[in-house]
Ligand binder design. Structure first.
Ligand SMILES: [Zn+2]
Length: 465
């Protein structure tokens, strides 16, 4: 059999691995490249294989960098099933349609900007119709259930503890009467994080693909993170009497923030709060999260059902329509507003920043990664003035960066997960990391676990197994 690496190598986006065995080929993930113009270009490049030759796709989780090119795969002729957990299927519906909408909008903007120069039309990478067709090809797999997508393959999805529905995929591939076991880690969560369970230990593999996003660092502890959150909110609401603005990724981080705020309030570490979730996508993702409580950490159900019964000390409002969102902009103090996008470069968060950045009483709580070039990054980097809707806005609000909420395991978390293997896999491929992180992580695996057959594949690398 052959293993091809078409993305999620030499970087953290565009995850796509292809297995060729006997007369069949399948993909594990088909993600979008993200972060700047070069990545954008890769999303338009032809696939390195024929989409109609792919028999099926095994999908680890709903994040766009793992699922975002599925509609393009379908538009170009892939007609097989896409296997994913029930929660991933639900999230996918929201995320792929949202992504298609963004693609269509961007192509439209570019075309308008280019009209004058008479350059050729920009086509969106895919449309909402392609996304709809993709969703019809999705098949639900339960954690722990054995499936047989092909006579030569059986697989089992295990909880990866990364986001709702995320999976590590165990595969057993039979070729010429011999079966080898391959494990695809997907994205691995940090143990003991809110909402999700811990990543499932896997005991053996003949070959293993393991992510290495934070393979070169350690996260701040959860206790230190919570103490910081407690201080930022209490200080803003009770001493400065301002607003707290929280830019948050609509899927995952927004729900985590709700959980943490509710839990800290329940433990009397936070004062009474009025929380507004101003993002239709975050609202849908929260509904999906509530539907899948059974697969989340047991604490989550308890905290969320407690939070639902509160009406005085803890008020959570989901803001749906634009008028209501605009009314929020008039609130001068006492509100916590969670809004998207997480990196502040699109969506309703921009309005809240325009209204709140200029006042010392307010706090901007940064809870996630801010990529270079985004508005969020400029705020984190301490710029004194930023532009919003073409107008300069002074940055006078206090900026807190809350570390330790990453959805990816740090070096210790990854090594801890690898340590469950009873013996080193014959081959281990270190993927999903910037080259620096991948290199440092590989060295840590050699030093601490004494595994020697480690490879960090490059783009379109092919390995014969
Ligand atoms: Zn992910």
């Amino acid at each position: 059999m052959k293993l091809h690496f078409h993305g999620g190598v030499e970087g953290v986006t565009g995850s796509c691995h292809r297995v060729e065995t006997g007369d069949t080929q399948f993909l594990v993930d088909c993600g979008m490249f993200q972060g700047g113009r070069e990545a954008e270009g890769k999303n338009h490049q032809p696939f390195a294989f024929k989409p109609r030759d792919i028999a099926f796709v095994l999908l680890t989780h709903a994040h766009i960098d793992h699922s975002g090119l599925l509609p393009r795969l379908v538009a170009e002729g892939f007609s097989g099933p896409i296997y994913a957990t029930a929660a991933t299927c639900d999230l996918l519906e929201v995320m792929l349609l949202d992504s298609a909408h963004i693609q269509e909008k961007e192509a439209q903007w570019r075309n308008e900007a280019r009209k004058a120069s008479r350059e050729r039309d920009n086509q969106p990478i895919y449309t909402a119709r392609d996304a709809q067709r993709t969703l019809q090809q999705v098949r639900v797999v339960a954690y722990g259930e054995e499936i047989h997508p092909h006579p030569a393959l059986r697989c089992v999805y295990r909880d990866a503890g990364h986001i709702l529905g995320s999976a590590i995929i165990e595969t057993w591939i039979t070729e010429n009467g011999k079966t080898i076991k391959g494990v695809f880690s997907g994205d691995i969560g940090q143990p003991a994080r809110p909402l999700v369970r811990d990543p499932t230990p896997i005991l053996e593999a003949d070959f293993l693909l393991v992510e290495s996003t934070y393979g070169n660092r350690l996260h701040r502890s959860m206790e230190a993170t919570l103490a910081e959150l407690e201080h930022a909110i209490t200080d803003t609401l009770t001493r400065k009497h301002g607003n707290v603005i929280v830019p948050a990724f609509a899927v995952g981080r927004a729900q985590e923030m709700l959980y943490l705020l509710a839990d800290l309030h329940r433990k009397k570490r936070l004062p009474p709060m009025k929380i507004y979730v101003d993002s239709p996508l975050a609202m849908k993702a929260t509904e999906i999260t509530m539907r899948h409580m059974a697969i989340l950490d047991p604490d989550t159900a308890e905290v969320m059902s407690w939070a639902r019964k509160q009406n005085k000390g803890l008020q959570i409002h989901f803001v749906q329509d634009v008028e209501e969102s605009m009314r929020l902009r008039e609130i001068k103090h006492g509100a916590i507003i969670i809004s998207a996008s997480g990196m502040c470069d699109a969506g309703r968060i921009k309005h809240h920043l325009r209204n709140n950045l200029g006042h010392r009483d307010n706090t901007i709580l940064i809870t996630g990664f801010q990529a270079a070039g985004t508005l969020g990054r400029r705020i984190v980097d301490g710029e004194k003035e930023v532009r919003l809707f073409g107008v300069p806005v002074p940055v006078r609000a206090e900026i807190y960066t809350i570390g330790g909420l990453s959805a990816h395991a740090d070096q210790a978390g990854l090594l801890g997960w690898l340590a469950h293997f009873k013996r080193a896999p014959a081959q281990t491929f270190i993927v999903h990391g910037e080259p620096e992180s991948t290199g440092i992580f590989a060295q840590a695996v050699r030093d601490k676990l004494h595994w020697n057959n480690l490879v960090a594949p490059t783009l379109n690398h092919c390995i014969e197994l």
